[in-house]
Design a binder for this molecule. Structure first.
Ligand code: SF4
Ligand code: SF4
Length: 485
């Protein structure tokens, strides 16, 4: 890794040292407000989504987003994904991956800084710290203080709040896998499946430990994503940067007033470090510890305003622009970094994939037929010389209402069929079956053809007997002792 690599230099704490607590100071500003917004939206979505209802008629669940494990369905508002349509889920996962590439190449570690669950829950727990113990200085004093009853009480209160949040987080997860109100009732009545209790216990413990105690350690030592991101970023990616050519040499306002030419704009107030949720000093340069949340920008802009100097001593800027600016070029607006070939290509691939999935969703059939022949025996010769083949046919009704479906033979001249429900005396080239709403009907179909029929290909077709008249067909092969084409 060379010196200009935008990613990792070293850990601020040194590898494998004991953790030093980070007590970020309260700050307000555009980036802090943006973080509030993202936190509200992401937590709101996570905790609230299972409680949204969505009317799909009497034959389907009314939970807007549901992974229905028992019936092997995934519901998302008007979209219902069946197991054989898993490519939609795979497509969404690929889109999420490319979306992360796009965001990273454009705005660096924005995912880490704003919307990664580890960041969001750590931020939430840091606000709990502030609520219970006060702001940075009070928390640092309390940490250094001996273990009095007062300190023990405060700690217990804080951990109790952690635990409630963690439990709520684990509890919300299982609501995605069953009807939420029913699950809550069953859970507290002790009637939920054991896996529900185990999942809640594991997720509660994970949230409590990772968000309450390990915090920035997860980002610095455990998470592989910052390492991968460094490969996706280049000198054109936005990252939080301290403009040392403008800030150095550091000195207090008093010192600078005495000798303005000797000092830069940084008044060495340490506010940028005090507000940092990972405890990093951005003036040392980019590092894996910096999740690019922008809070140090808020802090420094406020200081610059107080000392009547221009904002942006710490700012989102690309390495290229930083070098140009250091040589005296004018500041380029940050949004210009977003429009470049790499981000445009990512965007085209990402949106193309999204449009493709939408097209597939909009045009997919809700009626399907499959047929699997019996292999042993492949055919049976009847007493009159006619030949019978047996098939397992599946009719899939992907509508949320029961439908009648007409199954026909296509090809196989002289052939007819019957099923377990229809007697051989009523064998015909077309049979009608009722299929339940949102269900697959499995049928045993017996196809018979006259003596002398050669082995040949034919097809089963199905037509839904409703207004849409959707059709589907599946190829099959009729086996006989004579063989043939
Ligand atoms: S150095 Fe600045 S941008 Fe980086 S994590 Fe700390 S506060 Fe956020
Ligand atoms: S907040 Fe700004 S002025 Fe204060 S130490 Fe950090 S970079 Fe320097």
């Amino acid at each position: 890794m060379n010196k200009t690599d935008p990613a990792i230099h070293h850990s601020p704490l040194g590898d494998y040292q004991a953790r030093k607590s980070v007590h970020p100071k309260r700050i307000d500003g555009p980036f802090r407000r943006f973080k509030w917004l993202i936190m509200l939206v992401t937590l709101g979505i996570y905790y609230g989504t299972p409680w949204l209802r969505w009317d799909r008629g009497p034959y389907a669940p009314d939970q807007a987003v549901l992974v229905d494990v028992a019936n092997r369905r995934f519901y998302m508002f008007d979209i219902e994904i069946w197991p054989h349509e898993f490519y939609f889920v795979a497509g969404l996962l690929i889109m999420a991956g490319i979306g992360l590439f796009l965001v990273t190449s454009a705005v660096g570690r924005a995912w880490c800084g704003y919307s990664c669950p580890q960041t969001v829950w750590t931020d939430l727990f840091q606000h709990v710290d502030r609520f219970v113990d006060g702001d940075r200085n009070a928390r640092m004093r309390l940490e250094a203080a001996p273990w009095t009853w007062g300190k023990v009480t405060r700690r217990l209160a804080k951990w109790a709040i952690y635990l409630v949040i963690a439990f709520w987080t684990g509890g919300a997860w299982i609501m995605y896998f069953a009807d939420a109100p029913t699950m809550v009732r069953d859970f507290w009545a002790g009637e939920a499946a054991p896996v529900a209790y185990i999942t809640v216990a594991v997720l509660t413990a994970a949230t409590f430990i990772l968000g309450g105690f390990m915090r920035e350690q997860v980002c610095i030592y455990m998470c592989p994503w910052p390492r991968i991101q460094s490969a996706l970023m280049d000198e054109h990616s936005l990252q939080v940067t301290y403009k040392d050519w403008r800030g150095e040499k550091r000195g207090s306002v008093k010192k600078a007033a005495k000798d303005p030419a000797a000092y830069g704009d940084c008044v060495d107030c340490n506010m940028c470090v005090a507000v940092c949720p990972t405890g990093w000093d951005i003036r040392k340069g980019p590092d894996i510890s910096c999740i690019t949340c922008g809070l140090c920008i808020d802090a420094c802009d406020r200081v610059m305003k107080d000392v009547d100097r221009p904002r942006g001593l710490i700012d989102y800027i690309t390495l290229d622009d930083a070098e140009a600016e250091a040589k005296g070029a004018p500041t380029r607006p940050a949004w210009r970094a977003l429009l470049r070939p790499r981000t445009i290509v990512y965007f085209i691939v990402w949106s193309g994939l999204g449009l493709g999935l939408l097209f597939l969703l909009g045009t997919r059939q809700h009626t399907e037929i499959t047929a699997a022949p019996d292999r042993n025996p492949a055919y049976t010769v009847m007493r009159d010389g006619s030949v019978r083949n047996n098939f397992t046919v599946k009719l899939r009704n992907m509508e949320a209402r029961p439908r009648d479906m007409l199954v026909s033979l296509e090809g196989l001249e002289g052939g007819s069929m019957w099923s377990d429900e229809i007697s051989a005396d009523d064998a015909a080239r077309q049979l009608e079956f009722a299929v339940d709403a949102d269900a697959t009907e499995t049928l045993r179909i017996y196809v018979i053809a006259p003596r002398g029929t050669a082995t040949q290909d034919f097809a089963f077709t199905v037509e839904a007997q409703d207004e849409q008249r959707e059709t589907d067909s599946v190829d099959a092969r009729f086996e006989t002792p004579s063989g043939g084409s």
